[in-house]
Design a protein around this ligand. Structure first.
Ligand SMILES: Cc1cc2nc3c(=O)[nH]c(=O)nc-3n(C[C@H](O)[C@H](O)[C@H](O)COP(=O)(O)OP(=O)(O)OC[C@H]3O[C@@H](n4cnc5c(N)ncnc54)[C@H](O)[C@@H]3O)c2cc1C
Length: 471
């Protein structure tokens, strides 16, 4: 019988992804002894199969699109051809570099390679090693949601992992799901020449966003030749005699179908808790909603914390990092610092045009019964955007009618993921539209567009309440 080695640390972190790594690094900075457990491959979802590989591929799709549309700026060239193996080789090399850098950081800690399994609230087994700790952080991430559509498993499909690793592009593609993973990778494949159809149950892509944002993006997708079928309720999948995969769906009560060479299943992710034996640790969780945590990132077992995708909140890297840092501070100092998502719920979608949202959306304000004033400015009415030929989309600002405090901003447009940072700063300092208008904006720049809805809201508020605080 093999012997068991017992090790003791202040903090043991299960999963060295974005959230777990942030927790371990922060705790060590405060002097705690920290070990990681990870089943590998090391690097985390963002670097290996998420943010970074997807953005690397999207850059290729966007370059192909720019070449095709360069004639609008008076530059003529033949239609671009895409060297898919070269695209994938570039992606692999870039990702390897990011992963190597992260692994070098992880390797400065004791690392136990293998699947973690709780034996009790204070004992964690990894192969022949047993780790005991004052505190644990669970950061095991998420996995692709199980595919429950009849016939889909038999027909075969790709998920986001596979969509980032194909040896050659599919000849045609059906995408199930219109969230950010689905839209970003669909547009990449469409832009390198793959005929693509997206099927979604909702009225527009990005169903969680305000209608003007989601419907706007849907229209732009259609304009560039991507078929988007809305209100499409998928029933089953079959395979034709010629090998094409067929998705059968119902749309407004009518039975329809669409066929393609491949199906991309992009219907979300679920928390990864399999094998952790959370019951033995006394940690409560839900298979879809994730590990239950309070605002200090503590689970139902106060010395065990959970961070990142496994908590089911937002599924974004910057949130996983914020949660990891809060958990580490609370663990090391036995503190009760509460996490604040009001700004970190900011999110972006790297389609073209991009989407970026900070603060509250109209949907959220309406649900909460909060009064607001809204103003939008389209990019096709903005000098710099017209000059550089990037006129898709608009910026929308929402502010309180009482004092003009900015409550939220949504951008559908070029470089939205960068432009939104000015608005994050504005919301961080609880700026009003009146203060925002006094901030100098260089001319001609894309960022200048943000001043126009601010001015419009300021006018609306002052004309409604001439003697208000607004002046
Ligand atoms: C295609 C795609 C694109 C994305 N793009 C973006 C983006 O642009 N911006 C953004 O903010 N987010 C993006 N995301 C989401 C982002 O990648 C995740 O929110 C983030 O990486 C989650 O980090 P994490 O620390 O929770 O988990 P992970 O990074 O997944 O880390 C979990 C770690 O736990 C380990 N592990 C799992 N189970 C066990 C076990 N039982 N025992 C031991 N170790 C275990 C794993 O090996 C892994 O290293 C994207 C996701 C996808 C799929």
């Amino acid at each position: 019988m093999e012997s068991t080695n017992t090790h003791t640390f202040d903090l043991v972190v299960i999963g060295a992804g974005s959230g777990g790594y942030a927790a371990g690094r922060t705790a060590r900075d405060f002097g705690a002894t920290v070990a990681f457990v990870d089943k590998g491959p090391l690097g985390g979802l963002c670097i290996l199969r998420g943010c970074m590989p997807s953005k690397t591929l999207i850059a290729t799709g966007d370059a192909a699109y720019e070449v095709r549309h360069a004639a609008e700026l008076g530059v003529h060239s033949s239609a671009p051809t895409v060297d898919f193996p070269a695209v994938m080789a570039r992606k692999r090399e870039i990702i390897q570099g990011f992963a190597d850098y992260r692994i070098a950081g992880i390797d400065t800690f004791p690392v136990f390679a293998g699947e973690a399994r709780f034996e009790s609230p204070h004992r964690l087994r990894v192969g022949n090693d047993v780790l005991e700790a004052k505190h644990f952080v669970i950061g095991t991430g998420s996995v692709v949601a199980p595919a429950v559509i009849p016939g889909l498993a038999e027909a075969g499909f790709i998920d986001s992992d596979a969509a980032l690793e194909l040896a050659e592009p599919p000849k045609s593609l059906i995408v199930l799901g219109g969230g950010y993973v689905g839209t970003e990778l669909t547009q990449f494949y469409a832009r390198i020449g793959v005929p693509t159809t997206i099927l979604i149950r909702s009225a527009h892509l990005l169903s969680g966003e305000d209608t003007d944002i989601g419907a706007g993006l849907t229209e732009y997708f259609r304009e560039e030749g991507i078929t988007v079928e809305t209100h499409a309720v998928v029933q089953r999948v079959s395979v034709r005699a010629d090998g094409l995969k067929v998705v059968h769906y119902q749309q407004d009560g009518v039975e329809k179908s669409v066929a393609a060479h491949e199906i991309f299943y992009a219907l979300g992710r679920v928390p990864n808790v399999a094998g952790l034996n959370l019951e033995a640790a006394g940690v409560k969780y839900h298979n879809i909603l994730g590990v239950t945590v309070d605002e200090t990132m503590r689970t139902s077992q106060p010395h065990i914390f959970a961070v990142g995708d496994v908590t089911g909140r937002f599924l974004l890297v910057h949130v996983a990092i914020q949660q990891g840092e809060v958990a580490a501070r609370n663990a090391v100092h036995d503190a009760y610092e509460a996490i604040d998502y009001s700004l970190s719920k900011t999110h972006t979608v790297f389609t073209d045009p991009q989407v970026a949202i900070v603060g509250d959306s109209e949907k959220e304000l309406q649900r909460a019964g909060v009064a607001y004033v809204a103003a939008s400015t389209p990019f096709n009415d903005h000098g710099k955007a017209i000059a550089i030929g990037k006129t898709k989309g608009f910026v929308k600002m929402l502010a309180s009618p009482l004092d003009g405090r900015i409550l939220g901003c949504a951008i559908l447009g070029p470089d939205a993921s960068d432009l939104i940072h000015e608005m994050i700063v504005a919301l961080h300092y609880r700026a009003t539209v009146f203060e925002f208008m006094r901030i100098p904006h260089l001319h001609p720049t894309m960022a200048e567009i943000l001043t126009y809805p601010a001015e419009e809201i300021a006018e609306k508020i002052t004309s409604a309440r001439p003697l208000s605080i607004a002046q």
